[in-house]
Ligand binder design. Structure first.
Ligand code: ADP
Length: 428
């Protein structure tokens, strides 16, 4: 509305100024051709001779001698008029052949236009004409301007209301029914934002559900060992256990407590990994082969306990990573390869342009291959538990790989073995 008001005022102002200039030019052009005709034909002399006097006429013709005295004037006849030598248009005409000027008229809102021309005999013909001044023009256009302004005001109010409503409607609809964003139809320019909000909302819902499921799973997983611990401890406390049994119960308590610790460690690790941004700052150049070598050393006794041979080969591979996380990743993969193996089995850790952990263990059937990376998913729950698994190992591996922008692929055949490859992005 403000823009409309300002543009109307500016338009009226400048159009009037420009058209008034044009009008002035036209008036002077007319006066100039009149003066030329009068001078060329010696009409002033004839009018004087005829005694032509007409004060109401639109044009006033004055004939001035070289010394400035008035020879003839069509309004008064010319007698007893003061010397005109000092009138600007007259002196200009005497000097340069022609002159012009505008003076305020006594009549309200009018101006007098003067044009003077020197004739061949040295006398000056001056023509005066009264015409509307610029204020006059403004005053005449005022009602129209006002009408246009009022009309534009109402039109702009209407358009502003209409546009604002149209802009805001989809946003309001979206806000009102966040759970059903597909029902909102947005205009083209808003569509990308709406789409992003939709996606984000979907993600938020999904994350909330995953978190809820995770919490439920965690509670369930923690409950089992705690129930065992509590039960065995109660039996001991009641004095119901013989010495031999007491020993067994204590062992069970210890085993379940270990399990609890392992679970809590993994859960903490996962929740820390959720803030992936924290890790980016700790990235450094690390050699995957060196990490695999240390891991192989550390796992050798465990492998021996399971009757599994662990071997390592390959070449140095520098990647940009968090060292502890990378150690955890290699450790988890080796640990699985040993635990889901058989006596006399093998684990081959190879570092080339990627990390490969291969075993000839029990394998994973095709239908479970996708799911093993889920939190708490275990193909064989009792085997996992017996070997100290938490069901979170591969979830952590997947998460660590994501933090590093690495991709994981899994190949497995039941009874033949499993190969997991981790490919890191170039450490540039
Ligand atoms: P867990 O703590 O139970 O080992 P993981 O997340 O590490 O949990 O693994 C999920 C499941 O995937 C395991 O319970 C197991 O059934 C299967 N799995 C993982 N690695 C292997 C492997 N190398 N060979 C066979 N099965 C495996």
């Amino acid at each position: 509305m403000l823009v409309t008001a300002v543009s109307i005022i500016l338009t009226v102002f400048f159009t009037t100024v420009v058209s008034y200039r044009f009008f002035q030019k036209e008036v002077f052009a007319d006066l100039s051709s009149f003066a030329e005709i009068i001078a060329d034909m010696g009409l002033a002399g004839q009018m004087e001779a005829q005694g032509f006097v007409k004060p109401e006429d639109e044009l006033r013709i004055t004939w001035i001698a070289e010394d400035g005295s008035v020879l003839y004037d069509s309004y008064t006849g010319g007698e007893a008029m003061e010397n005109h030598k000092d009138r600007p248009e007259v002196s200009q005409a005497m000097e340069r052949g022609e002159g012009s000027g505008v003076r305020r008229s006594q009549t309200m809102g009018k101006s007098i236009f003067f044009y003077a021309r020197k004739a061949e005999d040295g006398t000056v013909i001056r023509i005066a004409k009264e015409a509307g001044s610029i204020w006059n023009v403004y005053r005449d256009t005022l009602p129209v301007t006002f009408l246009v302004a009022v009309l534009s005001f109402f039109i702009s109010v209407w358009i502003a209301r209409y546009l604002t409503k149209a802009f805001v409607r989809p946003i309001e609809q979206m806000a009102a029914d966040m759970d059903n964003p597909e029902s909102v139809t947005a205009y083209k320019e808003l569509a990308p934002l709406m789409e992003r909000i939709r996606v984000r909302h979907g993600e938020a819902l999904r994350n909330a559900r995953i978190r809820q499921e995770f919490t439920a799973n965690v509670s369930h997983e923690l409950k089992t060992p705690l129930t065992s611990i509590s039960g065995y401890a109660e039996l001991i406390a009641n004095g119901m256990a013989s010495k031999k049994e007491g020993r067994h119960f204590a062992e069970e308590i210890h085993r379940n407590a270990q399990r609890l610790l392992a679970l809590i460690n993994d859960i903490l690790q996962l929740s820390e990994l959720d803030d992936a941004m924290d890790y980016k700052q700790s990235f450094e150049l690390v050699d995957v082969y060196e990490i695999a070598r240390r891991c192989a050393d550390m796992m050798a006794p465990v492998a021996a306990k399971h009757g599994v041979t662990l071997s390592l080969k390959g070449t140095p591979l520098t990647v940009c990573a968090n060292k502890e996380l990378l150690e955890e990743l290699v450790y988890n993969l080796c640990d699985n390869a040993i635990r889901y193996n058989k006596k006399g089995g093998h684990v081959w850790v190879t570092v080339t342009d990627r990390l490969i952990v291969q075993d000839d263990g029990i394998g994973i059937s095709l239908k479970y291959q996708k799911r093993v990376f889920e939190r708490f998913f275990r193909v064989d729950k009792s085997r996992s538990k017996k070997t100290g698994g938490t069901g979170l190992g591969l979830a952590i591996v997947k998460h660590i790989a994501e933090v590093h922008g690495a991709s994981i692929s899994l190949d497995s055949d039941v009874g033949i073995g499993t190969t997991i490859r981790v490919e890191f992005p170039q450490a540039s």
